[in-house]
Write a protein that binds this ligand. Sequence first.
Ligand code: GDP
Ligand code: IMO
Ligand code: MG
Length: 435
Amino acid sequence: MASTCVVGLQWGDEAKGKIVDLLCDQHDAVVRYQGGANAGHTVVADGVTYKLSLIPTGILRPGTEGVIGNGVVIHPPALLKEIETLAAQGVEMGSRLHVSDRAHVILPYHMAEERLTEESASAADHLGTTRRGIGPCYKDKVGRVHGVRVGDLYHPERFREHIERIVAFKNRLLLAMLPDYEPIEAGAVAEEYLGYAERLRPYVRDTTTWLHHAIGQGKRLLFEGAQGSLLDVDHGSYPYVTSSNSSAAGIAAGSGIPTRHIDRWIGVVKAYTTRVGGGPFPTEQDNEVGERIRKVGREYGTVTGRPRRCGWFDAVAARYSARVSGSTEISLMLLDVLSGIPELQVAVAYEDESGRKVAEMPGHLSDLERCRPVYETLPGWDSDLTGVRTWSDLPVEARNYVAYLTKQIGVPVSIVSVGPERRQTIILGNDAPRV
Ligand code: GDP
Ligand code: IMO
Ligand code: MG
């Protein structure tokens, strides 16, 4: 056993990409197990910025393999484009990319279906999704009748007939519901996707078997979560979530690898909180503090460019997610962004309208919306942290902040990040504050 999982413990964009990249040299393959091109993982290496969406971050390291597992939903043109963009940056897939034949495929009608709900007249139906067809594709997967898997693209006759039936159904539905809907031509879509399939053929295989062989050969796997535990369809702030199990709960189902093979469970958090899209966010700071964090932290979505909502660290939420994702250590990211804020607040509990303490993360949207955070205030620090490389060189207030979050989450912090570059990282080792 020497496999690791890296998952976000907030609402996504915790800087998972940076941590996965840092840990690549201790692993042989990086595995994506859920989500799709709604993810945007950024790695900055030697001044060059790489943006990964469907392709596992490990692909940036020449000796590391990348696996897109069965739980991922794939939009073939997006995958092909990402392969090309990376090649233009000097990152060649060669034989290192492995795409599951069981992964589901996003088709043009999925984009139209998402438009239907996201642009519907009722504001209550808007989730603020990334519009990448993720939800409608997962719906079809679970609904079974209209699901298309990557492996189906290699059985052309059957695929053409299947698409004919699906498109007839979707066109009827969408024509009735979307005023400006242009009916899709089944034959054209089938041929388009068969074309993508030919280009993807070198990468497509039974990744479950491939992964089990890799484990048999003693290879070390790194499971790279997309989104964050609070966006998990079962455990997150439903319905303002994504459509997959984006906590560590998704690993076994989305890769075919039982989690008993994992011994390192890393939860990634920002030193504050952000969220893109709709949904409750108890510690949101829709004021100059939030604006400052957005500006300093460059908090704009990697995928959609939307400004991210920003707020204080929410220890109630992080405690809950760390439990759900089984985190045994925490990577605390973007600590540098908080420099210069005189006083920092951390939500340590919630209370309801009548002032009653709510110690745990409520499961129901209405209860969560009613929660007001109970803050503890900590002194901030002035100095720039981006050049700091050791625990002892951090200002005492920053060390106290990390120690305080450790106690609040109840899980030790093993890595502190003070900038986007690989080298802007402090590995705590024996310096880690005690829980
Ligand atoms: P992911 O989706 O979890 O991989 O995170 P994103 O890539 O969407 O967003 C994280 C952003 O923060 C990226 O632009 C990173 O380059 C950047 N980043 C990562 N770590 C740090 C850090 O410690 N400090 C600062 N200032 N930026 C960071
Ligand atoms: P990474 O992997 C942050 C959010 C969307 C929306 C909700 C549902 O970069 O952390 P979807 O398109 O998935 O149906 O949208 O989830 N969302 C993310 N937010 N980071 C992400 O990925 C996200 N992927 C989806 O903004 O609120
Ligand atoms: Mg992101």
